[in-house]
Ligand binder design. Structure first.
Ligand SMILES: [Fe+2]
Length: 189
């Protein structure tokens, strides 16, 4: 319920030089016109429509704070591809120790560069959560973005992670629907 590796061989971006044109650090929404039409058509054939494309650019040692994507805990998914010259970056999931959701002011969560590290409405520090799971995202990975999660670039290389979110029926693509609709692509682990 946190992640599944996918046997999805369609490259999400045809011209990967796009990645080197992005900043070394930050959250960069990109136009979905950059996404390979073949991938969009394949997902459409499963009833899934593309919503957003974002690239998370992380310099060596960068840690993205624990957050959920959205304004409340949810069960939405993204499909992520990570581009990095080294292994060793992980996406991690956490369970809050308190049931009470912690609302944070994103403007108060700045790193040494003055860049917002947790650009979402709900955030936690590591002493407020218990560890659930982690995975190295390299091949396409289905990830749950509605459970508190974060990312650590433990390498000496710059990391660019493309994250695609999806619409299904009248809402966002959620975990159980994704497992059903993409079940034949899931790698046993
Ligand atoms: Fe996230």
């Amino acid at each position: 319920m946190y992640y599944k590796h996918l046997k999805l061989t369609i490259p999400p971006v045809l011209d990967l030089s796009l990645m080197s044109q992005l900043p070394e650090k930050g959250h960069v929404p990109i136009n979905t016109s950059y996404i390979n039409p073949e991938l969009i058509e394949f997902m459409y054939s499963r009833g899934i429509r593309i919503k957003n494309a974002d690239v998370f650019c992380s310099p060596p040692g960068f840690e993205l704070g624990i957050h959920v994507d959205g304004i409340a805990l949810n069960n939405n998914v993204a499909i992520n591809w990570a581009y990095c010259d080294e292994k060793g970056s992980v996406m991690q999931w956490w369970k809050p120790k308190s049931e009470e959701a912690k609302v944070v002011d994103p403007s108060a969560q700045k790193d040494a560069y003055g860049i917002t590290t947790t650009p979402y409405a709900l955030g936690w520090t590591e002493d407020e959560v218990d560890f659930l799971a982690e995975v190295e995202v390299r091949q396409p990975t289905l990830v749950n973005i509605g459970i508190p999660h974060g990312m650590k670039n433990k390498t000496n290389s710059y990391r660019k992670a493309l994250s695609l979110t999806w619409k299904y029926e009248n809402g966002e693509l959620e975990w159980n629907d994704a497992i059903h609709l993409l079940g034949d692509l899931i790698e046993e682990s």
